[in-house]
Design a protein around this ligand. Sequence first.
Ligand SMILES: Cc1cc2nc3c(=O)[nH]c(=O)nc-3n(C[C@H](O)[C@H](O)[C@H](O)COP(=O)(O)O)c2cc1C
Ligand code: SF4
Ligand code: SF4
Length: 264
Amino acid sequence: MKTLLYYFTGTGNTLKIAKDLAAQLGDTEIIPIAKVIDQPSITPSADRVGIVFPVYIWGPPLIVANFARKLQVPAATYVFGITNYGGFPAGTLLMLKDLLATNKIDLSAGFGIKMPGNYTPMYGAKSTAEQQKHFAREAAAIKEIAEIVKANKSVPISANNALVNSLFSSFIYKHGSLKIPEGDKAFWVDEKCNSCGVCEKVCPVKNIKMSDGKPVWLHHCEQCVGCLQWCPQEAIQAGKKTAVRKRYHHPDITEQDMISQQKN
Ligand SMILES: Cc1cc2nc3c(=O)[nH]c(=O)nc-3n(C[C@H](O)[C@H](O)[C@H](O)COP(=O)(O)O)c2cc1C
Ligand code: SF4
Ligand code: SF4
């Protein structure tokens, strides 16, 4: 049975989840959402379609919401979602279910996995020991998820309670997500920048252009913090507090993996 896994990632957690699941399922293709998002509609043909993505402000990243709006699949396709988050998901997967329902797609299963948080504008990376605990739990979760997916089973969508979902996913996401594309106005580059150009290459949505050897942000940002986390010099800052905060990206995911995700 052929499975397609569509993903979006800023620091690799999501891609690691997609790779681990693909290894369990076999006959699986992993496709960056950024590579297909400019198509007028996305019409894959497979027995199963999975959508794998991080939680942003207790909802799906804008590019993932857009992907869900464009997705069209035959009625028999088993569609499932996996989200991952540093704190809690609230109603993120329920939002995905609603978005897909407008295209008459049923989200048959929705899974949440807690991973190391990556939002350096608010906190630094966890210790290596803490990260390892997350990774061990992720490996165990993927085995369980794979069994459900292999059986094309319908299971309840993972979410918090209705009050939390309504406050965080309806109210806060609704307002907060409006600011995401221009959230890059908080980014700036310090004197450590050596003009290597990595930030431009890892940005999934080509929101960075080099000018006189320094990155310039173009205000169609997804806030994935990939540029900030993958800069080898740790020269990209967001606001005033990030200079002293430890960076994070998943240790099994490479800069080349990130470059391969970039839209055409
Ligand atoms: C812009 C942004 C917003 C985020 N919002 C949330 C959130 O609302 N709740 C949460 O638990 N984690 C949040 N996170 C943390 C990520 O969901 C988490 O670290 C995820 O594993 C990152 O996946 P990635 O490595 O594939 O990019 C946020 C991260 C970013 C960059
Ligand atoms: S990745 Fe960092 S060092 Fe390289 S060009 Fe971008 S900001 Fe400068
Ligand atoms: S500019 Fe940085 S934060 Fe924005 S989408 Fe690109 S890599 Fe992600």
